[in-house]
Design a protein around this ligand. Structure first.
Ligand code: PMP
Length: 303
C-alpha cells in the first residue's frame, strides 16, 4: 500500500509543501539520533477540534532539548501556534501532531554546535495498535530486549535515539505475532511498552512503575493518575516484578498514540479473565469522556 501524505508541513517557521520539507544527508540528527520530538493528538470534541495538552507536550519537548543542550530557536507559544497552523493548513480537526527539533547540518563531530531545525508535521493516525484494540485488548509479550540502564541514555528525554530501543521491542513483538512488546528495566523490573506506559490493577488500585524504571514520564500516564485519583481510585507508583503481569487483575497500556489499550494476555497467560476489566473500562470512559464532554475538563487540557 502506498502511503498518502498530508499536503503541508511546518518547517523552520514556514508552512511548506510536504515534499519540500527536506533534510541534508549529513545532518547531525540523522547520523547520531540527535533529535527530540513529541506526539500530540487533536480530537474533534463536542466543543470543536481541541489539541490535548498541547502546552504540556511542547514543554516536554523543551525539557528533552535541555537535557541534550539543544537550543530551540522558538518559544513554547510559537510551537503551539505552529501546531495549530499545520492542522489548519491541512484542513484537519482530528489528527496526530509531530513536532521535532533536530541538530541540522553544521559539523561532523559529536559535540558540534549544529543549528537546531524544527518541524511540525501532522497526519491522520487512527488507532495506533489496531482498529478494534481499544475495545478487545491486545496480546503482549515481554521483550528479550531490556530498556537502557540509568546513566546511559536518559529515558526521561523523548529523543530520537531512544527509539532504537523501542524499535527492537516493537519489531520483535510483531514478528512473534504479538500486538506489542513490554520491556523490563536493567534492574529486571517492569519498565514500559515500546512506546507506551503501563498500568496494572490489583484489588481495585492502579499500580504503575516509577519514573526511575527507565521510562518516559508520559502525559497520558499523568492524565490517568489525575483522573483516577479524582474519583477515589488509589494509584501507586512502585517497582513491579515481571510476574505481576501474570498475576494482576487487569493491565493496560497508555500513550498519546495508544490512548488506553487493554492488554488481555501476556506471554500466553490471560490477564484476569482475559477480557478488559471494570477499572480499565472506567479509565477509558473518563479519558474518552474528555472529548465527548462526559468528563469535565477541569484542568484546561483541551487547548
Ligand atoms: N513511553 C514511550 C517510550 C513513548 O514513546 C510514549 C509516547 N510518547 C509514552 C511512553 C507515552 O507518553 P505520552 O503519554 O506522553 O504520549
Amino acid at each position: 500500500m502506498t502511503q498518502r501524505y498530508p499536503d503541508f508541513i511546518w518547517h523552520n517557521g514556514e508552512i511548506k509543501r510536504w515534499q519540500d520539507a527536506t533534510v541534508h544527508v549529513m545532518a547531525h540528527g540523522l547520523h547520531y539520533g540527535s533529535s527530540v520530538f513529541e506526539g500530540i493528538r487533536s480530537y474533534d470534541t463536542n466543543h470543536g477540534p481541541k489539541i490535548f495538552r498541547l502546552s504540556d507536550h511542547n514543554r516536554r519537548l523543551f525539557a528533552s532539548a535541555k537535557i541534550y543542550e539543544m537550543p530551540i530557536p522558538y518559544t513554547v507559544d510559537q510551537l503551539n501556534q505552529a501546531c495549530r497552523d499545520v492542522l489548519a493548513a491541512n484542513k484537519m480537526g482530528q489528527g496526530y501532531l509531530r513536532p521535532i527539533a533536530y541538530r541540522d547540518l553544521g559539523g561532523f563531530g559529536l559535540s558540534a554546535d549544529c543549528p537546531t531545525s524544527v518541524a511540525v508535521a501532522c497526519w491522520d493516525m487512527g488507532r495506533y495498535l489496531g482498529a478494534d484494540v481499544i475495545d478487545r485488548g491486545i496480546d503482549a509479550c515481554v521483550s528479550s530486549w531490556q530498556r537502557f540502564a540509568p546513566n546511559t541514555i536518559p529515558a526521561g528525554a523523548k529523543a530520537g535515539g531512544n527509539y532504537l530501543s523501542g524499535q527492537l521491542v516493537a519489531r520483535e513483538a510483531r514478528r512473534l505475532g504479538f500486538g506489542e512488546g513490554i520491556a523490563l528495566a536493567s534492574t529486571g523490573l517492569l519498565s514500559e511498552g515500546a512506546g507506551e506506559n503501563l498500568f496494572l490493577v490489583f484489588e481495585g488500585a492502579l499500580h504503575t512503575p516509577p519514573v526511575s524504571a527507565a521510562l518516559l514520564n508520559g502525559i497520558t500516564r499523568n492524565t490517568i493518575i489525575t483522573l483516577a485519583r479524582s474519583v477515589g481510585i488509589d494509584v501507586v507508583e512502585r517497582d513491579i516484578p515481571r510476574e505481576y503481569l501474570y498475576l494482576c487483575d487487569e493491565l493496560f497500556m497508555c500513550g498519546t498514540a495508544a490512548e488506553i489499550t487493554p492488554i488481555r494476555s501476556v506471554d500466553g497467560r490471560d490477564v484476569g479473565t482475559g477480557k478488559p476489566g471494570p477499572v480499565t473500562r472506567k479509565i477509558q470512559e473518563m479519558f474518552f469522556g474528555l472529548f465527548n464532554g462526559t468528563t469535565p475538563d477541569t484542568h484546561g487540557w483541551l487547548e
